[in-house]
Design a protein around this ligand. Structure first.
Ligand code: MLT
Ligand code: MN
Ligand code: ZN
Length: 295
């Protein structure tokens, strides 16, 4: 199983179009320590030919162009055979619109996310005759037909931002997922959002050879301190990296490779050589970058 990080930043990307925070400033100025990153996405393949995307961010078109593995090999072809949706956030689904143009593929998603696609007519741009939407029951393993078995794992989360004002936003819509992918005896878990690392989350993640985990914020209030938002990470459904309840402490000592991705542009661990980067590395974590390949 080969994993290719298409995008390692959280929603907004790095730098974010309207963000003048210190880190976005460095990235915009071309500081080599602040490598730009596109919005979250990981591509996975077992046979090296057919790829499964986990997440479809608005940067997907650029990601396809940046990665030769995503290039067509004949006049109408794509190595992308399927997409797994684990979030209905803008950075989780907007890239589906990039995948129109008469391409046959399968979209695997849990019912609440499929319902959001159905409610939003713009997604009908994906011709139903070519794009099959497959409902995935969380916790039940499913053969993707690509030599990869998919299981959706429920994670503590919250409703998408654009649904927050709806009284009808149900607990079901608040469900957030991780994708567990198994192939060739190896397991990868891709978890871009997790509101809290509970004992049950620890247990769920423990079996993976490879974990891509929510690295949105380093500290819960960093967006407030950077003057870019009134929201804490907790409020956004993202557990922070540092602190006694942070993911670095709660996932310490887990076996396998642990890689932070979905990193917000205010997170100082984005900066090569920062003390925060050193701290996560010291704790055994890696920080994803666009184009990173993990075998
Ligand atoms: C998130 O990860 O919290 C969302 O992607 C935020 C957003 O939709 O901008
Ligand atoms: Mn996001
Ligand atoms: Zn910024």
């Amino acid at each position: 199983m080969r994993c290719l990080v298409l995008g390692s930043a959280a929603g907004g990307g790095f730098p974010q179009w309207n963000c003048g925070c210190a880190l976005c400033g460095l990235a915009r100025a071309g500081d080599p320590r602040a490598r730009p990153r596109t919005q979250v996405g990981v591509a996975v393949t077992e046979d090296g030919e057919r790829w499964l995307l986990v997440g479809a961010s608005p940067d997907l078109r650029q990601q396809m162009l940046d990665n030769p593995a995503m290039a067509p090999v004949s006049p109408r072809h794509s190595p992308v055979a399927a997409v797994v949706l684990v979030s209905a956030d803008v950075d989780g689904v907007a890239g589906l619109l990039v995948l129109r143009e008469q391409q046959r593929l399968r979209v695997f998603a849990p019912e609440p996310i499929l319902r959001i696609l159905e409610e939003n007519r713009i997604f009908a741009a994906l011709d139903p005759a070519l794009v099959e939407r497959v409902a995935v029951v969380p916790g039940v393993a499913l053969d993707t037909g690509l030599g990869i078995t998919l299981t959706l794992l429920e994670m503590p989360g919250k409703v998408p931002l654009y649904h927050e004002d709806r009284a009808a936003a149900s607990a079901e819509q608040a469900a957030t997922y991780a994708a567990r992918l198994e192939a060739g005896g190896r397991t990868a878990i891709i978890a871009p959002a997790c509101a809290e690392v509970t004992a049950s989350v620890q247990q769920t993640l423990a079996g993976a050879d490879l974990l891509f985990f929510d690295g949105t914020l380093f500290t819960d209030d960093e967006m407030i301190r950077a003057g870019v938002s009134q929201k804490t990470g907790r409020r956004m459904g993202h557990v922070c990296v540092s602190g006694p309840e942070g993911s670095m402490a709660r996932l310490a000592g887990q076996p396998g490779r642990r890689i932070y991705f979905h990193i917000n542009n205010t997170n100082p661990m984005l900066l090569d050589g920062s003390p925060e980067r050193a701290a996560v590395q010291e704790a055994g974590f890696e920080v994803a970058y666009d184009g990173m390949e993990v075998l």
